[in-house]
Design a protein around this ligand. Structure first.
Ligand code: HEC
Ligand code: HEC
Ligand code: HEC
Ligand code: HEC
Ligand code: HEC
Length: 406
């Protein structure tokens, strides 16, 4: 680490020195050659943050906390969203420390105001060696607000809205096109490789684009920001508005935190009878359909998965037989990241998971069916040293039956 920083510093110093020398000697052709060879400039939209934003006229700050002094309900909702803690996420912090890839910040703390450094390019095109300068306008408290109000609402000294309100105390621009799903796709639909072991594969936008939800006029906002009608400022008349919790997976970010869940799946079971005779066959089926999500489930983060677990137990709850099925992607991360398999449920796709048990002996049994949604495997949490920092999974469906065989 030390050695690397040193070479990096030396390189920067030599670029700076050459810069001085060359401008003074007028040999700018040499300068261009050096920079071209060593530094790859930023070309993809997420390689750069949203440029530095000034405070819109009529306000004293662009922090969410300050917006919240007037828009109190929206502020409270946003605080519960994962957007509000995208920087504090323990896995994000662990990966950032380990790999030091500064571009990660462009989606997790997307405003230049929230970033300690201004990045000009990458030396030898490597994300791990950015050509960076200290940002004199870095705002630490804004950094801790992660994907904050201003990420989506402040540009060029104006608050962007879709209503065209003429009673806001701040300078406001009506731009519904900007506040459309295109805004979401800038972060939720990106495929790229940061290093051979670290890749971005967010294809939620492409999945949505090809399916029923788009045809029926539902987009990221209509599902994840449900409509409501309420005043935007205490005492003012009601307006058409949107909840800002951004519910989805429902897996809480921190132990003391609730997370909004949107249910994507419809579950249909074959009947289970309370009594059977010895020699009968229990022929159980659970049908799972992605009825309600406008994209695959899981989507986005390739580490997410569902488990369908069947347990056949004796009367005291000892497990006699267990079967587990998985819905998700499987990746190899070393030596290079590569997708190995993908059985994510496509929009409206359904799949049947059977369980059969020969009831050959009289007795009382228990049969348990459980579907859980997971953020990542325990193994991966252990690898990142964040086991126990937050819940890794939640239960999304469960049933337990008592079965008498006599
Ligand atoms: C600046 C980048 C960015 C923009 C713009 C953005 N998101 Fe996100 N979004 C993220 C990140 C990063 C996370 C994950 C945060 C975490 O888990 O730590 C996330 C998480 C989410 C989640 C929660 C997923 C879960 O785990 O339950 C939903 C839902 C979501 N975003 C919807 C939207 C919608 C809808 C829009 C557009 C109105 C949008 N996002 C715009 C970056 C962005
Ligand atoms: C001093 C109180 C106050 C503060 C602080 C404030 N707002 Fe507002 N805002 C209002 C009022 C009042 C309206 C108009 C409500 C109406 O038309 O019903 C409004 C309207 C809006 C609208 C809708 C505009 C439109 O035309 O669609 C948005 C979006 C908005 N504010 C975002 C923000 C953001 C983001 C911040 C923080 C950077 C913020 N506001 C800070 C009071 C405030
Ligand atoms: C028709 C409704 C619908 C639309 C349209 C929709 N979503 Fe979702 N989304 C859902 C539901 C339901 C879930 C919950 C999946 C689950 O965990 O069961 C979800 C989950 C998510 C998640 C969490 C991923 C995970 O597997 O944990 C993210 C992120 C997300 N959506 C982003 C988006 C974005 C971005 C768009 C726009 C391109 C979008 N959604 C469009 C309904 C929708
Ligand atoms: C990830 C992007 C995103 C973030 C973060 C976000 N908003 Fe919004 N906001 C939107 C979208 C999209 C709309 C709906 C625009 C429309 O009407 O189509 C909206 C609408 C609004 C409105 C207009 C009334 C309404 O509910 O439709 C206000 C006011 C507002 N937001 C304030 C805030 C404040 C305050 C924060 C921070 C506490 C915040 N927003 C954070 C995307 C965001
Ligand atoms: C193009 C925008 C973008 C960039 C760049 C980006 N992320 Fe994210 N990140 C997202 C989005 C969107 C989500 C939410 C995805 C979902 O839930 O489907 C997310 C979620 C995460 C999560 C939360 C996973 C969970 O289970 O809740 C971690 C950790 C993370 N990113 C780490 C990183 C790291 C490390 C980097 C840099 C190598 C990075 N991200 C770069 C957009 C981005």
């Amino acid at each position: 680490m030390h050695g690397k920083t040193l070479t990096f510093l030396l390189l920067l110093i030599s670029i700076a020195c050459l810069d001085l020398l060359l401008t003074h000697c007028g040999r700018s052709d040499h300068k261009q050659k050096l920079q071209k060879q060593d530094t790859v400039l930023l070309t993809k939209h997420w390689e750069s943050p949203i440029p530095h934003q000034e405070i819109p006229e009529g306000l004293t700050s662009i922090s969410a906390a300050s917006c919240g002094t007037c828009h109190a309900e929206i502020y409270k909702e946003w605080q519960q969203s994962t957007h509000a803690v995208a920087f504090q996420d323990p896995q994000f912090q662990a990966e950032l420390k380990k790999d030091n890839i500064i571009t990660c910040l462009n989606c997790h703390t997307p405003l230049q105001n929230q970033q300690e450094f201004i990045v000009r390019g990458f030396i030898n095109g490597d994300y791990k060696t950015p050509w960076k300068e200290v940002n004199p306008h870095f705002d630490k408290s804004l950094q801790l607000e992660s994907i904050t109000c201003a990420t989506c609402h402040v540009r060029d000294g104006q608050v962007i809205g879709a209503l065209g309100s003429d009673r806001a105390p701040h300078k406001t621009l009506k731009d519904p096109g900007f506040l459309s799903e295109k805004l979401c796709l800038g972060c939720h639909n990106v495929v790229d490789e940061a290093s051979p072991q670290l890749v971005c594969t967010f294809e939620t936008g492409d999945e949505w684009n090809a399916n029923w939800a788009k045809r029926e006029g539902k987009n990221c906002i209509s599902c994840h920001m449900p409509s409501t009608e309420r005043p935007l400022f205490p005492g003012m008349s009601k307006r058409a508005g949107h909840f800002h919790h951004f519910p989805a997976s429902g897996i809480p970010k921190f132990k003391d935190r609730e997370a909004g869940r949107l249910e994507s799946m419809e579950f249909t079971e074959s009947p289970v009878h309370p009594g059977y005779s010895p020699g009968d066959l229990l022929n159980y089926q659970l049908k799972i359909k992605n009825s309600f999500a406008g994209h695959n489930v899981p989507t986005g983060d390739p580490e997410r998965f569902f488990l369908i677990r069947y347990q056949w137990m004796d009367a005291s709850g000892n497990i006699l037989k267990e079967e587990v099925h998985r819905i998700g992607e499987e990746w190899q991360w070393h030596p290079v990241a590569k997708k190995i398999s993908d059985n994510n449920l496509k929009p409206k796709e359904e799949r049947v998971y059977p369980f059969t048990q020969l009831l050959d002996r009289a007795g009382t049994y228990r049969f348990r069916v459980e579907v859980t949604k997971h953020r990542m495997t325990e193994e991966n949490a252990r690898y990142n040293q964040i086991l126990g920092e937050y819940p890794l999974s939640i239960e999304v469906y469960s049933k337990q039956y008592e079965i008498a065989v006599e």
